[in-house]
Design a protein around this ligand. Sequence first.
Ligand code: FAD
Length: 317
Amino acid sequence: MNISELLKNCDKTELSFEILPPLRGNSIETIYSTLDPLMEFKPRYINVTYHREEVTYKELKGGLLKPIVQKRRSGTVGITAAIKHKYNTEVVPHIICGGFTKHETEEALIDFSFLGINNLLIVRGDPLKTEVQFSAKSGGHRYAVDLIEQITNMNKGVFLDDTIEQCFPTDFCMGIAGYPEKHIESPNENQDMDILKQKIDAGAKYIVTQMFFDNSKYFDFVNRCRKAGITAPIVPGLKPVSLKSHAAILPKIFHIDIPDNLAKEIGRCKDNSEVRKLGIEWTKSQSKELKRAGVPCIHYYTMGKADNIYNIVKDVF
Ligand code: FAD
């Protein structure tokens, strides 16, 4: 199934879930326990995020700190194939620029193609915590648009090694990230929109938004995209708040606003279980309005927690 075709042709609002690979050391059962209850709602596809390496420090005798570079969440390729096999559903791995050379990316894409995984979400990846600015691995891509171009070439049978005369053309359908509240590094909304358009022109077929808590931001973003000539489907991404600390942490990590009334209501909650209930109700109401507006699909960021998403989706779909 080609997701952009699905999104263009659906006659009702579909739903999709996004999961994270488990923390290193955990088994795939943690993924199944998140997904098992949610599969009742027949999501049209499931996204699996990709996490690059992080630097942590181990304290040695004498107080010296030894840097350790490793991925805390590995296994995107294996998880993607395992979910497809177990649930017989469409799975969308995220492919990032960060930490990869173009050749390593080509290797991963050949694996996905052989596994029959033809839908991808293409993002650049964030800078490492130790970096002020994102830096590409030597021989890797600087921007998501460059990675999209590589994949568009593969879809035409053009691989990196141009001495091979005939390469099989891949059949990847690419989604990309969109930011209703602008990407943090974009100097302004217009440039952000230009970049989004460049990515569509390079071969991306649909957009999944960063989370937002005020639907007017999504509607405004869709209007601005349409004015810029972007006709691709735009899937809203939603995440329920569930912790008191989310009021401060989500804006910091994702560069999004928590609307005034939501922030005040979080502040009035006695504990996290109250925030959880508030988050469920808030996301339900966002979902219902988006559904009434006829969005092609609602994409729920599970962050590895199924029960709040279950309660939302049960009421909305
Ligand atoms: P880009 O499109 O490359 O843009 C990054 C910045 O560079 C923007 O400010 C843009 O304006 C600027 N820019 C882009 N192209 C050019 C150019 N040609 N010239 C000048 N400036 C340019 N991160 C992960 O690590 N793993 C994931 O699985 C993951 N999944 C995500 C899923 C979604 C739906 C979203 C919204 C984000 C996800 N992210 C993920 C986070 C993402 O990697 C970051 O937001 C990242 O900072 C930007 O990614 P991008 O693809 O939008 O980058």
